[in-house]
Design a protein around this ligand. Structure first.
Ligand code: PLP
Length: 418
């Protein structure tokens, strides 16, 4: 970062401060990950200079031969990795991808059915604050009170009553496998398109350790930077018959010129996800979440924070802080004192409203990328249980030492200097 430190020492210092912060915490924010150096290199490359509105072989600008090759590679790798008929690698983010899909498949005012953000879904599927809720008639389904699982009877009932054009499946805080086949049956019955929002689970799907949505969904949207662990941005997969519609909705519908540097970084991400070490890492991610989630579930009498659905099948789980008479912000502060990061979510039937609500979401994707093995996840599980059971106890200093020892065993970006 020699040049930057000359031109703008303040930003240069802040980037180094952020590196120090990332190095010094156990980050369990379920949407975060550590991008490999090669991905960062592509994303920070001179490709950033190029304008390339359009698609490979059909651009509004001259001089696109190289970026055509790069985007074609990214598309081919995406299709191969996920077994999809068509891929669009241009969406700037996961939310952009969802907006483009709605733009492609429904007209303003049409009804759409999304997974309620307050139950583990995502705002970009229905919420009034987003494109989805603002321009469409959005209806949302949730999870059952008794077991926290998607309420398929409700999905069916809402689909029959409202006849949506689009049904979304997939969320940001759903700890169990999603039955995409069941969603497809419902979509077929009412003539809706099924959109699988894989923002969180894309990495698990790529590794073949989550039931495959591609055979069932007309369209899949995803992010590349959550479990997939790479470039910062979104992607869409779809059936060939929807390819033109989707492509036109992304550009010029929803976005301007693509980001060739990010598309190159997406190509690198997809190459790595097809590699031999990737599946092992995804398996370790899910095993880590199951280990810690299971430990916390068994310790619920001590922590007074039950694990939603009693555990997890994926890379994240959520605790209900309300029986503890604590808000999630308090729980996050208790963890923060140790150097552990999580994040807050509203949970279904939450007695409190955000930001001070009752869902503590914790994930293992980033830690698995750092190299955490089963025994490290177990040690972290013990630390979490001690801390959440007795936040005012005298164990803080010892627990902090144990946390830092764990953190220091797995350094990140050793190539960079702080
Ligand atoms: C994170 C997420 C998104 C949005 O992705 P961004 O890249 O942050 O825009 C969309 N849907 C779901 C389910 C998500 O978890």
């Amino acid at each position: 970062m020699g040049e930057l430190s000359q031109i703008d020492p303040v930003i240069s210092r802040l980037i180094r401060a952020e590196l120090a912060r990332e190095r010094g915490v156990i980050d369990m924010v379920a949407s975060e990950n550590i991008a490999p150096l090669g991905v960062l290199e592509a994303q920070g490359s001179i490709l950033s200079n190029k304008y390339a509105d359009g698609y490979p072989g059909d651009r509004l600008f001259d001089g696109c031969d190289v970026v055509d090759e790069i985007e074609t590679l990214a598309i081919d790798r995406a299709k191969d990795l996920f077994g999809a008929e068509h891929a669009n690698v241009q969406p700037y983010s996961g939310a952009n991808a969802n907006a483009a899909v709605l733009f492609a498949l429904a007209n303003p005012g049409d009804t759409i059915l999304g997974f309620d953000f307050a139950h583990g879904g995502h705002p970009s599927q229905h919420d009034a604050t987003t494109f989805a809720g603002r321009f469409y008639t959005a209806v949302a389904y949730g999870v059952r009170r008794e077991d926290g699982l998607i309420d398929f009877e409700q999905v069916e009932m809402l689909a029959r009553a409202h006849r949506p054009k689009v049904i979304f499946a997939g969320g940001s805080c759903y700890p169990r496998r999603i039955d995409f086949g069941r969603f497809r049956q419902i979509a077929d019955e009412v003539g809706a398109f099924l959109v699988a929002d894989l923002a969180h689970i894309a990495g698990l799907v790529a590794a073949g350790i989550h039931p495959d949505p591609v055979p069932f969904a007309h369209v899949c949207t995803m992010t590349m930077h959550k479990t997939l662990g790479g470039a910062r941005g979104g992607m869409i997969l779809c059936l060939s018959e929807l390819a033109d519609q989707i492509d036109r909705a992304v550009f010029p519908g929803d976005q301007g010129g693509p980001l060739p540097h990010v598309i190159a970084a997406k190509a690198v991400t997809l190459l790595l996800a097809a590699g031999p070490e990737y599946r092992e890492r995804m398996e370790r991610t899910v095993r880590g979440a199951a280990l810690i989630g299971g430990m916390l579930h068994r310790a619920a009498d001590e922590t007074h924070m039950p694990v939603l659905t009693g555990g997890t099948d994926v890379h994240l789980f959520a605790l209900d802080t309300s029986p503890r008479k604590a808000t999630v912000q308090q729980a996050l502060t208790w963890l923060h004192h140790l150097g552990i990061m999580g994040d807050s979510v509203t949970i279904a039937y939450d007695p409190l409203a955000p930001p001070d609500c009752s869902g503590l979401r914790l994930g293992t994707a980033l830690l698995a990328t750092r190299g955490f093995q089963d025994e490290d996840f177990r040690e972290l599980g013990e630390i979490l249980i001690s801390r959440l059971s007795d936040p005012r106890g005298s164990t803080l200093a010892t627990l902090r030492e144990r946390t830092m020892a764990l953190c220091n065993r797995f350094p990140i970006y050793r190539e960079f200097e702080v």
